[in-house]
Design a protein around this ligand. Structure first.
Ligand code: HGY
Ligand code: MN
Ligand code: MN
Length: 448
C-alpha cells in the first residue's frame, strides 16, 4: 500500500540503507512485498506529541511541578483512563490483561504478531513528565501519524503501557512486563504487598484495571521502546540519539535490622544494640564498595525507616533497601556477596539481628543487534548524531527481550535529571526521538 499523503518534509527523507540481511531494505523487496517504506516516512506531529505529554502530566500533577502517579493509585487510574481513551480515539482495539497491562493494536495489512512500542505511565512519587510516558505517547503519536497519512504497515503495530514498571510501590520493578513474558507467575504478582500495605490484586480491582484479557497475548514480533536517557551522557557528549545496546543488571535487597530500643541518655555506648548504627554503617559500606569496585558499579540506599524514630531513643528496628547495579554480572555478584557479608558482620558486632529479602534481581541484558542496527540506521537517515550506550535504568524492553528482538532509543535528559520533578527534555529532542521510533517500527513492521 502506498502513502495516501505525505508531507514535503517526508519526501526529502531518502529510503534508508540497511546492511543487515534480516531487515531487507524496502527497495530490494518484490513488488508484492513492498509497502509503506518504499515511499517516504511521514513526519510525526511534534506539537501533538508535546500536548499529549502535557495533558497526561496534569494527572497526578504535584503542586511545584512534576507528577506522582505511583502504580495502581487513584492518580495512576486517571492516567490509565486518559491513555486508554486516546488509544480508542485512534481507532485501536485496547485490551487490559489480568496484571493491568494496556495493549492497543493498530491492524496491519497482514494478520501477524505486531511490532510493539511502549513503556509505562506509572511514576515514582516525585516523578517527571517524560519517564515512561514519552515512550507510550510517542508510540501513539506514531499511530496517529500513520493514520493521518492513511498508511498501514505489513505487520500490525501495538502500543503498550506496562503495569508498575517503576517498582517504587510494589516490587519487583517491571512487574507487568515480567508477568507478560512469563518471568513472574501472575498469582505471585497479584499477592505482592505494596510499601503501604494493599496487594497488587486488590489495587488493580479497586481502580478497575484487573482486566479480563489473558497475560502474554498478543505474541509480539519485536519491541522498540523510546525513552529519555535519564543520565548525563548524551547531553555532555552533545549527541542527539542514544543507540541503546543493553541494560545493566539490577539487584534490590531489603534489610531489616532488629536491636534493642533504650534511653539515649542512660544507655552507655558499649551496651547498645543500635539498629540505626548498623544500618548507617551498611549504607556507608555500600557507597565505598561501589567506589572500590569502580567501573559501572553503583550502589544506592534509597529508603530507610527507623523505629521508633524518636530523638531520644536508641532505634531498635530499621528497614532499608540497597539498589546495586552493574553492566557486568560477575562484578554485580561480587558486590552482592560483599554487601551481605559486611552486613552480617556489622550486625553481629553490635548484637543486632539482620534479615534480608530479595526484592528484584535482573541480569544485564544485551539488546538484539538487528533492532540496535535499525535504530542506528534510522538515526543516520535523519542525520542525527548518535552514541552507542547501555541503559542505567531498568526498562520493560529488557524484559520483552526475553521473548522477541528488542531495543531502545534514548534522547537527552537536561542535566541528567530523572526521578525528579525537574526532569526535562527539549521539544526538538522529543520530536527527533519520536521520528526515529516511527521509522524504526515501520521498517520492522514492513519487512517480509
Ligand atoms: O530503573 C528503575 O529503577 C526503574 O525500573 N525504571
Ligand atoms: Mn522509565
Ligand atoms: Mn523511572
Amino acid at each position: 500500500m502506498k502513502a495516501a499523503c505525505c508531507s514535503s518534509a517526508a519526501r526529502r527523507i531518502p529510503t534508508p540503507r540497511c546492511t543487515n540481511s534480516w531487515w531487507v531494505p524496502a527497495r530490494q523487496r518484490s513488488a508484492r512485498q513492498t509497502s509503506v517504506t518504499d515511499t517516504v516516512f511521514p513526519r510525526i506531529d511534534a506539537e501533538r506529541l508535546l500536548a499529549s505529554l502535557q495533558s497526561l502530566g496534569q494527572l497526578g500533577a504535584l503542586p511545584g511541578g512534576g507528577v506522582n502517579r505511583l502504580a495502581l493509585t487513584d492518580a495512576d487510574r486517571l492516567g490509565r483512563d486518559w491513555t486508554v481513551q486516546r488509544m480508542r480515539e485512534l481507532g485501536m482495539e485496547v485490551r487490559i490483561d489480568a496484571i493491568g497491562n494496556g495493549i492497543a493494536v493498530y491492524p496491519g495489512q497482514e494478520d501477524r504478531p505486531p511490532v510493539m512500542m511502549g513503556s509505562h505511565i506509572d511514576t515514582v512519587r516525585t516523578g517527571g513528565l517524560y519517564d515512561g510516558n514519552y515512550g507510550v505517547l510517542a508510540g501513539l503519536e506514531v499511530i496517529a501519524t500513520l493514520r493521518d497519512a492513511g498508511l498501514r504497515t505489513r505487520r500490525p503495530l501495538a502500543v503498550a503501557f506496562f503495569t508498575n514498571e517503576e517498582g517504587a510501590r510494589f516490587q519487583p520493578n517491571m512487574m507487568g512486563s515480567l508477568v507478560y513474558v512469563g518471568g513472574l507467575p501472575l498469582a505471585d504478582a497479584l499477592t505482592t504487598h505494596g510499601i503501604d500495605g494493599p496487594t497488587v490484586g486488590a489495587e488493580l480491582a479497586r481502580i478497575g484495571y484487573a482486566g479480563a484479557a489473558p497475560v502474554g497475548a498478543p505474541q509480539v514480533d519485536s519491541y522498540v521502546e523510546l525513552h529519555i536517557e535519564q543520565g548525563l551522557v548524551l547531553e555532555q557528549q552533545g549527541r542527539q540519539i542514544g543507540i541503546v545496546e543493553g541494560v545493566q543488571g539490577i539487584s534490590w535487597t531489603e534489610f531489616t535490622l532488629e536491636g534493642t530500643s533504650n534511653h539515649a541518655g542512660t544507655t552507655p555506648m558499649a551496651m547498645r544494640h543500635d539498629a540505626g548504627l548498623v544500618a548507617s554503617r551498611i549504607a556507608v559500606f555500600a557507597r565505598e564498595l561501589a567506589l572500590r569496585l569502580g567501573g559501572r558499579q553503583l550502589a544506592t540506599v534509597g529508603l530507610m525507616e527507623m523505629r521508633p524514630g524518636l530523638v531520644n531513643v536508641v532505634p531498635n528496628e530499621v528497614l532499608f533497601t540497597v539498589d546495586l547495579r552493574n553492566t557486568d554480572e560477575a562484578v554485580l555478584q561480587q558486590a552482592e556477596a560483599e554487601l551481605l557479608a559486611f552486613a552480617a558482620q556489622a550486625a553481629e558486632a553490635e548484637g543486632v539481628r539482620c534479615r534480608t529479602r530479595p526484592l528484584a534481581r535482573f541480569a544485564p541484558v544485551a539488546f538484539d543487534p538487528r533492532v540496535v542496527e535499525e535504530v542506528a540506521a534510522q538515526a543516520g537517515v535523519l542525520g542525527l548524531s548518535t552514541l552507542r550506550m547501555p541503559s542505567g535504568a531498568g526498562h520493560d524492553a529488557q524484559i520483552l527481550a526475553r521473548v522477541c528482538p528488542a531495543g531502545m532509543i534514548f534522547v537527552p535528559s537536561a542535566g541528567g535529571l530523572s526521578h525528579n520533578v525537574r526532569e526535562y527534555t527539549a521539544p526538538q529532542a522529543l520530536a527527533q526521538g519520536a521520528q526515529v521510533l516511527l521509522q524504526v517500527v515501520m521498517q520492522l513492521a514492513d519487512r517480509p
